[in-house]
Ligand binder design. Structure first.
Ligand SMILES: [Zn+2]
Length: 255
């Protein structure tokens, strides 16, 4: 049996379904057109020109990836239908919280209070797992150690979210239009610990893949059981990655 034709979750040789890695429901706001020839200043379009692109702008440095992925989102064949249903309730909850809820606006953050810790945490953990096992070029930087892959699988199987310091999830949000573009995930150092950085429209997430604990002072920013989660405000217009996104978007859209 070819291992690539086996479900990456249950291991059975069974037909694999076309599964979204980042749920389709999180691609909201992407009917807003972003055109690389628009004159953009501080993350806002000040003058529109050029062709309209009504599909999600997925910025990828992988050859051929941009054209292949944008219309249908980011998906792969790595899981069977039965196993994929495990993610449904978590995906729906994440879409509800991240897209439809109205968090309290603070000076430097948004305060999310209406969420179920277990469901939302399991969404992020399963997102990490999906990105790691999917063999999709866009997610090639998401590599996990064998012990993490089996630990995460166990958490998913038992629907156990783990504590706030295990695979901690830190989130930043931006309403700037450029935040609707997505760069491939990467492994980064933050506060001296290893994280996987993943973008999805309007958000940037860090998921801790380091076995050392998260400092306690960061607990309010880590998705936790207290029903209060601070999501940072991200200003792309002053960050280097904004320039990088725009540059790559220009290049890929011109192809
Ligand atoms: Zn399966």
């Amino acid at each position: 049996m070819n291992p690539s034709s086996a479900c990456r979750f249950c291991g059975k040789a069974t037909p694999l379904v076309k599964a979204h890695i980042i749920p389709k429901g999180l691609y909201w706001g992407l009917d807003q057109t972003i055109v690389t020839d628009d004159i953009v200043n501080k993350g806002k379009i000040i003058k529109r020109r050029g062709d309209r692109h009504k599909t999600p702008v997925v910025v990828s440095t992988v050859q051929g990836e941009f054209q292949r992925r944008t219309r249908n989102g980011l998906w792969g064949r790595f899981i069977c239908e039965t196993c994929e249903t495990r993610f449904n309730a978590w995906d729906s909850h994440a879409i509800e919280v991240l897209r439809n809820s109205k968090p309290q606006i603070l000076v430097q953050a948004w305060k999310y209070e209406n969420f179920e810790y277990a469901k939302l945490k399991l969404f992020f953990i399963s997102l990490l797992w999906r990105a790691a096992v999917a063999d999709e070029p866009f997610f090639e930087n998401v590599a996990l150690e064998a012990r993490d892959l089996s630990r995460i699988k166990l958490l998913i199987k038992k629907s156990r979210p783990g504590s706030w310091t295990e695979y901690s999830v830190l989130l930043w949000r931006s309403d700037e239009i450029i935040a609707k573009a997505m760069l491939p995930p990467e492994r980064v150092e933050y506060e001296g610990l290893s994280f996987i950085l993943m973008y999805f429209p309007g958000y940037m997430s860090l998921i801790k893949v380091d076995h050392r604990p998260l400092p306690i002072r960061l607990k309010p920013y880590s998705l936790n059981e207290s029903q209060s989660w601070l999501v940072g405000r991200r200003d792309y217009s002053t960050s280097g990655e904004w320039k990088r996104m725009l540059h790559t978007a220009r290049k890929t859209l011109k192809k």
